[in-house]
Design a protein around this ligand. Structure first.
Ligand SMILES: [Zn+2]
Length: 115
């Protein structure tokens, strides 16, 4: 399975409005953890947008070994969609000096760019 397949399969498992996955890599570029965004399970957080973002879910799973991440979002038909970390996740990533890679940087596909 390629990194892209891994990321897309994981994102497709998401039950959130935006199906997003994140892959965390260590300093050698080895995959440490893969996670998808999840709706919160507590009723008080059960509002639109009140989910756990994939980038934080992957950090929770992989811990401090993660030095870089890549995000992947799939649409309703399973197609790739553009995705950027939100401001809140970006703060956490910056604070932990975790680099956000584009899918194209990871898979070498010039068609998929983050910005
Ligand atoms: Zn976020």
């Amino acid at each position: 399975m390629t990194v892209l397949q891994l990321a897309m399969n994981k994102a497709k498992q998401s039950r959130c409005h935006y199906a997003v996955s994140a892959i965390g890599f260590d300093k050698h570029g080895k995959i440490v953890a893969v996670a998808r965004n999840t709706p919160r399970s507590y009723p008080k957080f059960n509002k639109p947008g009140g989910n756990i973002h994939a980038e934080l879910a992957v950090l929770r799973k992989g811990g401090k070994r993660i030095r870089s991440i890549v995000l992947c979002r799939v649409g309703k038909s399973g197609e790739l969609k553009r995705i950027d970390p939100c401001k809140s996740c970006m703060r956490v990533l910056n604070k932990n000096e975790i680099k956000v890679l584009t899918l194209s940087e990871v898979i070498g596909d010039g068609n998929v760019t983050r910005r």
